[in-house]
Structure formats: structure tokens, C-alpha cells
Design a protein around this ligand. Structure first.
Ligand code: FE2
Length: 354
């Protein structure tokens, strides 16, 4: 199985995973042969990528860090919650806790957590998908820090609600398909304070969650907002959410910008390191996020092309690659697996848009 962009794919390929809307409606079932008609249907629903099963990706298993049905259900519930007008006055803390609990249970049942960025989402569902992804990524960092279940629960609730203040921002600014002007950006920035105020008055939600909402855009060097806090003045949990928020936002297609690849975002976050982010958080984060996700096409220094087959936890930049084409781009009749962690003459030099 591999993940492909709909722009690059011809009709006739076979879908390897069912594509669903957040309302639980099946758009296309797994096993369906993709036609031009179906392609149009996916695009009309804001879907830009799919999973396919083909000769070169046969037997490659894309790991799920949290069970897919749990993620979909969480997104559906968060969407229902955030689109209900009553959210502006009260939040059902119990329901949020149930969503977070199911994510924590699923994460902890996986002995070898590595987030593989295996999530396909509709561009229209950005806010809800983003909330759930930031929660998952933040919890992974929390697990990396050895947090207790109670600490994880607090972090989970705060991270899933980190952008809740956006419900108070006018829709025409939030959904604007182009870059915002200064005045609009100043308005967007207020989602931190709005979120803080909203969460603070809800009894079922801990104070930590309101601080995560308030401080997740603060940066270690004081360049963030709303209060230009620096270093240790920023809550640790908000420093965790800052990293997962930026990672998820940049790896997602937005109307006004194309997404970046996982390794590009990891490089970006690492480069900004202690200026923007908590170095300790960044160090834990990069241990648990796949640099080259399984299923991605890559070009080796030999010119050969392949697909990432397995992640090497000890050497994130040196996964196992299934070589499927030679340097001239001819498909091989016999594919070979190369473990880059032991075959040191090979390295990945580029991404291959298969
Ligand atoms: Fe935010």
C-alpha cells in the first residue's frame, strides 16, 4: 500500500483504504477501481490524496499509530462539538475526556510508537482533523516524556481544544482562501485569549487546558503571541502543543499553500530549535515522528528509486527501502529491499513522486 496525490494518479488504480467523510459517509470503498468520475467526486469533497495497492507497494503495511476508526470517530465528535452554537457558552468536558481516553488507550496499546503521518483528510475538515492530530502528536511527546496517565489526560484535553477559541472568530476570516492581511491576522491571534476565557469558565476542564489554548503560539525567544512570553514562563504543555501544532499545520495542504513533506518540516522545526521551540520537546518529538513515512517514494544516491518499506527507529533518516526501479527509471522485474541502516553506501537524496 502507498499514499499518492490525486494529481499524479491515473484512473484504473485500486483503492487500498475506504475514503470516508467526517459525517461517516463512505465516499469510495476500499477495493474500488478509480475512474475519472470517482476522481472528480473525491476532489469535489476536498480529498487530495488516497491510498492505493499496486505491484510496487504490494505487502507494504502502513502503520497506524492510533486505530483509524478511533481517529475518525474523534474527528466526527470534535466537528459536531465545534459546529454546535452552544460551544460558545459551554463545553462538554466529559465528552472531550471520553475522546481523549480512547486515543490514549489506543496509543498505549502500541509498543513501538512512531507517527507515520498516515492520515488522509479533506481540506474542508482542516480544523477538526488538525485538533485531533495535534492531540495525538502531543500525547506521543507526553508518552516520550514518561507522563503519567493523569498528566496525559490533561495534556490530551488541552491539546484537542487548543484552537477552540477559533469558534469566536468570524467565519469569513477563518475560511479566507488567501493569506490574511494584518488586521485579519490580529483578529486570528485573539483565538488564544478567546480559548482561554472559554475554557476557564468550564468547570469540567482543567486550568492547564486553558493555558495550552492561551500559550500555544508563544515562542521561546519571545517572538510569539499573545503575550510575548519567553522560555520557562511558557507552560511546558503549551510548548509541547507548539511543536505538534506547527508540524501538523505545515504537513497539511491549505487553500493558500501546498503542504511540506514530513522530513522538510522536521528539518524546519529542528533548525528553529531553541529560538522558537523547547529543545527538550523537539528532541523527544523527532524520536517519534517518521522522517520518511512508510509508503513514500524516494530516490537513492545511486539513482535507483524505491518505496520506504519500514522505519528504523534508531536511524530515522535510514529506513528500509524497497528498490523498484533502476537509475534510468526502468521498473525492475525483481525488486530488492535495502536496509539503509546497515547498507551505508546508500542514502536517500530526494523524494520520488511515483
Ligand atoms: Fe492556534
Amino acid at each position: 500500500m502507498r499514499r499518492v496525490s490525486l494529481d499524479n494518479i491515473q484512473s484504473g488504480v485500486i483503492l487500498a483504504k475506504t475514503v470516508m467523510t467526517l459525517e461517516g459517509r463512505v465516499l469510495l470503498a476500499s477495493g474500488t477501481v478509480l475512474t475519472e468520475e470517482y476522481k472528480k467526486k473525491l476532489i469535489a469533497n476536498g480529498i487530495t490524496e488516497i491510498y492505493i495497492e499496486d505491484e510496487i507497494s504490494k505487502g507494504i503495511h502502513i502503520p497506524e499509530v492510533v486505530r483509524e476508526e478511533i481517529v475518525t470517530e474523534a474527528k466526527r465528535k470534535i466537528k459536531l462539538m465545534m459546529t454546535n452554537p452552544s460551544i460558545k457558552t459551554s463545553i462538554d468536558g466529559q465528552q472531550v475526556m471520553e475522546i481523549v481516553d480512547s486515543i490514549i488507550t489506543s496509543l498505549l496499546s502500541d509498543k513501538d510508537i512512531v507517527a507515520n503521518l498516515s492520515d488522509i483528510r479533506s481540506v474542508d475538515d482542516y480544523t477538526f482533523s488538525h485538533s485531533v492530530n495535534v492531540c495525538i502528536l502531543s500525547l506521543i511527546i507526553g508518552i516520550g516524556f514518561g507522563y503519567s496517565i493523569d498528566q496525559l489526560k490533561e495534556l490530551g484535553v488541552g491539546s484537542i481544544l487548543h484552537d477552540i477559541g477559533k469558534v469566536m472568530i468570524p467565519g469569513e476570516i477563518l475560511k479566507k482562501p488567501v493569506q490574511l492581511n494584518n488586521k485579519e491576522f490580529e483578529e486570528i491571534k485573539k483565538h488564544t485569549v478567546y480559548g482561554y476565557e472559554l475554557l476557564k469558565k468550564n468547570k469540567g476542564i482543567t486550568t492547564l487546558a486553558s493555558y495550552i489554548s492561551l500559550e500555544h503560539h508563544e515562542r521561546m525567544d519571545g517572538s510569539g503571541y499573545p503575550h510575548k512570553l519567553k522560555g520557562d514562563d511558557i507552560n511546558k504543555a503549551a510548548r509541547i502543543v507548539a511543536v505538534s501544532d506547527v508540524y501538523d499545520a505545515l504537513t497539511t495542504d491549505r487553500v493558500y499553500r501546498k503542504k511540506l513533506m514530513s522530513h522538510e518540516v522536521i528539518d524546519y522545526i529542528t533548525a528553529l530549535g531553541s529560538h522558537h521551540f523547547d529543545q527538550e520537546v523537539v528532541d523527544v518529538f523527532i524520536r517519534f515522528i517518521a522522517y520518511y513515512p512508510v509508503g513514500m517514494g524516494v530516490i537513492l544516491n545511486t539513482g535507483e528509486r524505491g518505496i520506504v518499506k519500514e522505519y528504523n527507529k534508531k536511524y530515522p533518516v535510514r529506513p528500509v527501502v524497497r528498490v523498484v526501479a533502476d537509475a534510468a527509471g526502468n521498473m525492475l522485474s525483481k525488486q530488492k529491499d535495502v536496509d539503509l541502516s546497515s547498507e551505508l553506501k546508500y542514502r536517500i537524496v530526494e523524494i520520488w513522486d511515483v
